[in-house]
Design a protein around this ligand. Structure first.
Ligand code: PLP
Length: 394
């Protein structure tokens, strides 16, 4: 006998993984170059050279120590470097003791949801959303309340949001720049969100925490601004990752930051650490605590994402696709050319070898996600397929 819920999670079909597997099988038949896999959010640019150099230097200089345990929340010097970096960038005053280092943003989010959840608590999530939020929130014993997408610009449907707030709302999750839409919340959007949360926190007599999931913080395009959310709303808890900014998803390094201004911040931090302990998420990978903290003021060469985006958006629009303008990350979220996004994705796959992820899994039926973290020539070669796909609907 095993846990029914865990069995379900462990055996459920993952649409993205299935597309990926299909791509591999199909590549064996028609050749890798003839399958256009836009399913996965794996960075396509290498980590900056100093990342590898730093790793090699540390391995040479500290061959034993670097493979040892660090303190559970992470090495103090590494945490201090993360604090110093954010303090320089955002004029803040964070302390090493406010950082809890984790194996990526995924573990950071799990620590936060587990750390905050009391019986009956709810977390509000805005569609389109990263589907693992549901797994993480439910895994912590809380309820996820989904707000339908605002499809004009993928900002926030504030009427639906206000209607969903209840005294059980423990937190609200935002992800900007967004996976899957690429949308960046504007400052007015964030200010309005903050004003509502402030008012409702006071009405309910308890804080509503804003959990800002920021793996794409650094991937932002010209004309867009990614605001530093803790400056706009006091009860913000930041979950960060170096998976995308330094192209290190396999090395698993991220953090939770509980700023000192957060209501009951020391208690919240201790609960996050306690959640880390109870989940076994202690001592994030030691080598990459050092490497990322020594390289956290740099990024991979992210320019290709913006040029890929421009190329894709203008070409697809010319073909008649409706493509909302992304402001960052490396995803496009066009409307599917028929209302059923699953059928559309299936047609793209079976007739044109285009692997696009249906939007329904992100809470936004009628759209598909294109991960354009690929070489530009892949996009160039894929465009005639997108054209043929569009023509197949005429
Ligand atoms: N949050 C969002 C929105 C993501 O897109 C991802 C990964 O793609 C994660 C969290 C998890 O990131 P990590 O690799 O750091 O665990």
């Amino acid at each position: 006998m095993v846990s029914k819920r865990m069995l379900e999670l462990g055996t459920a079909r993952s649409v993205i993984r299935e597309l990926f597997e299909y791509g591999n099988q199909r590549a064996a038949v028609v050749g890798r170059e003839n399958v256009f896999d836009f399913s996965l959010g794996n960075p396509s640019v290498p980590a900056p050279a100093p990342v590898n150099e730093t790793a090699v230097r540390i391995l040479r200089e500290q061959p034993e120590q670097i493979h040892g345990y660090t303190s559970a929340p992470g090495d103090a010097a590494a945490r201090q470097r993360f604090a110093d970096s954010l303090n320089r960038r955002f004029g803040a005053d964070y302390k090493a003791s406010q950082f809890y280092l984790t194996a990526g943003a995924a573990a950071a989010l799990c620590c936060v949801f587990h750390g905050l959840t009391c019986p009956g608590d709810e977390f509000i999530v805005f569609a389109p959303y990263f589907p693992e939020y549901k797994v993480f929130i439910q895994g912590a014993g809380a309820k996820m309340v989904l707000i339908p997408p605002e499809t004009e610009n993928f900002q926030i449907d504030f009427d639906a949001f206000q209607a969903a707030l209840t005294p059980q709302t423990k937190g609200v999750v935002i992800n900007t720049p967004n996976n899957p839409s690429g949308a960046v919340y504007t400052r007015p959007t964030l200010e309005r969100l903050a004003a509502i949360l402030t008012q409702k926190s006071s009405e309910y007599g308890h804080p509503i925490y804003l959990i800002s999931d920021e793996p794409y913080r650094e991937i932002v395009f010209q004309g867009f601004e990614v605001s530093w959310v803790p400056h706009l709303y006091r009860d913000t808890i930041v979950c960060y990752s170096f998976s995308k900014s330094l192209s290190l998803p396999g090395e698993r390094l991220g953090y939770v930051l509980v700023p000192g201004d957060v209501t009951d911040s020391e208690q919240v931090y201790a609960a996050v650490a306690g959640a880390g302990r109870s989940l076994g998420y202690v001592n994030a990978p030691s080598l990459f605590q050092q490497v990322t903290s020594l390289c956290c003021d740099m990024t991979s060469d992210l320019a290709v994402y913006e040029s890929n985006c421009k190329l894709f958006v203008s070409a697809l629009r010319e073909m008649g696709y409706r493509v909302p303008q992304p402001g960052g990350a490396f995803y496009l979220f066009p409307q599917s050319l028929e209302p059923d996004d699953v059928a559309f994705s299936e047609r793209a796959k079976t007739r044109f070898d285009l692997l696009l992820v249906p939007g329904s899994g992100f809470g936004a039926p009628g759209y598909v996600r294109i991960a354009y973290c690929v070489q530009p020539e892949v996009i160039q070669r894929a465009l005639p397929k997108f054209k043929a796909l569009a023509e197949s609907y005429q």
